[in-house]
Design a protein around this ligand. Structure first.
Ligand code: FMN
Length: 312
């Protein structure tokens, strides 16, 4: 039941997304002990980011993240990762910098302190500053990723938002960058609303909108990425249970990330989900995830086929 992902052999397709549920050694260990094949740290920057309180705004099952990157410096992460007992799981470090050289420097640092891979967080939903510099063109993006890939010996995965997942030029640039995997989607820039009596925005900053409501957007992004790239896909966004995981795999994902559902249900829920998918696979007589990977893709009509079907 193992799967190949970014050149690594993973014991199952369940990955824990970057976030407060993986904020330190203790939380990473809980993810590993509950069976996650891979855990991604919150985004590590050159300077630690102070914690915001509260870091999540909930409204009627919607999740708005106000959290900004990791609260730990790289030296703290060195101590944290040293204490993690990885067993047969992998730890990827999410990193972000403002220039190519800063990102390359961070990539080398996390490789040195024990990361098994890197998730590049370039398109953060709340911080769109890089759009003016290294993300301005697809060539600049490709160059940034290439420099990181060249600098380290561990796999590099790039995290993309939904609007990049369907941008043929950007996906092609990433395909040619040497990155082994692509993860999508980022949470979406969102606001819950405005209190019209007080004329104030809710919450008080544009947040990362996520949770089950964004699942249709991340499903479409996974299907589109499957059609546009041959990089391994790690799906993220709105995934809550085993059934969701299987849906993403059938649209071409190799791994699937759990995020805010862990905040709600606790780390032990990771184990329940893994059991749920293993049970489903065994019940149906599947012996490998490769038997179901991408299986639903050919049922998806292209725009041209759809138009033909209706005689347009
Ligand atoms: C509290 C919180 C903190 C997060 N921190 C990070 C982070 O440091 N880096 C990152 O790339 N994504 C971060 N994310 C985004 C998650 O990795 C993930 O994309 C998002 O939660 C969508 O998945 P979900 O719908 O399963 O929650 C964070 C999300 C939340 C809710």
């Amino acid at each position: 039941m193992s799967i190949e992902f970014a050149g690594l052999s993973l014991k199952n397709p369940v990955v824990v997304a970057a976030g407060s549920w993986s904020s330190n050694q203790e939380n990473i260990q809980k993810c590993i002990d509950n069976g996650a094949a891979m855990v991604i740290t919150p985004t590590i920057c050159s300077e630690p980011t102070p914690a915001v309180n509260p870091e999540v705004f909930y409204k009627e099952n919607e999740v708005y993240s106000l959290s900004l990157y990791s609260h730990y410096a790289i030296e703290d992460w060195e101590d944290e990762l040293e204490k993690v007992e990885k067993k047969d799981s992998y730890v990827f470090c999410s990193i972000r910098g403002t220039t190519v050289s800063e990102i390359v420097f961070l990539a080398k640092q996390v490789e040195r302190i024990g990361a098994d891979g890197i998730q590049l967080n370039l398109f953060a939903p709340m911080d769109i500053s890089l759009e003016k510099s290294i993300l301005q063109t697809e060539e600049k993006l490709k160059n940034t990723v290439k420099q990181v890939v060249k600098a380290v010996h561990i796999p590099v995965m790039v995290r993309v938002p939904h609007y990049i997942a369907s941008n043929v030029n950007y996906v092609k640039a990433l395909n040619d960058s040497g990155a082994m995997a692509i993860s999508g989607i980022d949470s979406i820039r969102g606001l819950y609303g405005v209190d019209i009596e007080k004329a104030c925005a809710i919450p008080d900053a544009v947040a990362g909108y996520t949770g089950s409501h964004i699942k249709p957007i991340s499903l479409a992004a996974t299907a589109t990425l499957s059609q546009l790239t041959n990089m391994d896909i790690s799906s993220v966004g709105g995934i809550r249970n085993g059934r969701d995981i299987l849906e993403f795999i059938m649209l071409g994902a190799s791994t699937v990330q759990l995020g805010s559902v862990i905040l709600e249900k606790g780390h032990a829920y990771i184990g329940q989900v893994i059991e749920e998918i293993s049970y489903w696979m065994q019940e149906r007589g599947y012996s490998s995830y490769s038997e179901i990977k991408g299986k639903a893709l050919n049922t998806l009509l292209t725009f041209e086929k759809m138009a033909k079907k209706v005689g347009r």
